[in-house]
Design a protein around this ligand. Structure first.
Ligand code: GAL
Length: 364
């Protein structure tokens, strides 16, 4: 059975942005509520930060948190969510391994009237998703492509034409096909790159330009390294590769390893990224990776904890700013989107160090 809250019209969600005040007993009931948080993997630095930040923010609001990592294993994540439901969780926050693979546990949650917040990655093909907290994912792809163009000299930082005219060779990498974000990043990037590809200013010598052909299952760096090595062996024997659209830092490092194994360096092709993970920021400082996209996981955790706290107190979360874009195959999930920031060697200190995300010592 669906909870009454789920049938509130979207307009009412916006109008109720301030939320009706909760009664004393609702607040009482919400205090100390168990929140089940499931994250995809500990193998990437960002998800460790995300998990810790959400836990800290929810605990600061007086809630209890069961935080689990699925290690990129779908059955494992299904079981973790079922365990949390059985343990009496009052709300679930889920960053999925495979966004379409959780319809059964989500139905169990709905049957037990447990609200669900999709964290960073949209939960697909289920009506039982209440809210979504993430970043402007299409914009992430736009920024990645723009920084590729800037790095190649085809464009300047302010968007005007750059000093180079090309043509340049590039290769394209996308994220995991079972992660809704991967499509958003790729579409965002292609919206910028397409005119350059159409005019021949950018050339993909492998011919691999379709999303399905360029995906990287589970965002795995080793998978990306192998694909890059194959492409270098088949398409770049006599021609140099100038740039690589990479959607995520773990993939970027795999690509750079392949490039090093094939004689590239000390000057490298322009390689993009995402997440501002420590090894990649160091790589940017060392003139290897060109750029990354910074997404402040502290802000995402804060927004999600505010959303969760409001839902537990049976208020409409005030933090919603997108009621249109995230159709999950069954419904449009009301979302809050945060802004990503494009980072390269020129602005990493201002963006990452001055904001307190990293210290100078960590980056040495
Ligand atoms: C995506 C996320 C990216 C990156 C990637 C690999 O869902 O939006 O920021 O972390 O997963 O973990």
């Amino acid at each position: 059975m669906r909870s009454a809250r789920l049938v509130v019209p979207l307009v009412a969600l916006v109008l109720a942005a301030c939320g009706a005040p909760a009664t004393g007993s609702q607040v009482q009931a919400a205090k100390g509520a168990l929140v089940g948080v499931t994250m995809p993997t500990t193998s990437s630095e960002r998800w460790n930060h995300d998990g810790q930040n959400i836990k800290r923010d929810l605990e600061a609001k007086g809630h209890r948190v069961d935080l689990r990592y699925a290690e990129n294993d779908v059955p494992n994540q299904v079981k973790q969510i079922e365990d949390q439901i059985r343990a009496g969780a009052k709300l679930l926050i889920i960053a999925s391994v495979d966004g379409s693979a959780l319809t059964k546990p989500l139905q169990l949650a709905a049957d037990a009237r447990i609200p669900v917040i999709a964290y960073d990655r949209l939960l697909r093909d289920s009506p039982n998703v209440d809210y979504y907290a993430t970043f402007e994912n299409f914009r992430v792809g736009v920024y990645q492509a723009e920084s590729l163009l800037t790095g190649l000299g085809l464009r300047t930082g302010d968007g005007s034409p750059g000093p180079s005219t090309g043509p340049f060779t590039i290769e394209l990498f996308a994220g995991s096909p079972d992660d809704n974000n991967a499509t958003f990043f790729f579409n965002g990037a292609m919206s910028v790159l397409k005119p350059y590809l159409d005019s021949g200013t950018l050339v993909v010598r492998s011919g691999q330009t379709d999303f399905q052909a360029v995906t990287t299952l589970r965002w795995d760096g080793e998978t990306a390294r192998k694909r890059m090595e194959d492409i270098l062996a088949t398409s770049y024997r006599r021609t140099k590769l100038n740039g690589v659209l990479s959607p995520y830092d773990g993939i970027s490092l795999g690509i750079l390893t392949a490039l090093k194994n094939n004689g590239y360096g000390p000057v490298f092709p322009i390689v993009t990224g995402q997440d501002a993970e420590l090894p990649s920021v160091k790589s940017i400082i060392a003139d290897q990776q060109y750029s990354t996209i910074y997404k402040d996981t502290r802000e995402l955790a804060t927004v999600t904890a505010l959303m969760a706290d409001a839902v537990l107190k049976e208020r409409t979360p005030p933090q919603l700013n997108n009621l249109n874009d995230y159709y999950n195959g069954v419904k449009v999930v009301p979302a809050f989107l945060l802004n990503p920031v494009s980072v390269n060697k020129a602005n990493y200190h201002k963006v990452l160090v001055e904001s307190g995300y990293y210290t100078d010592d960590q980056l040495r």
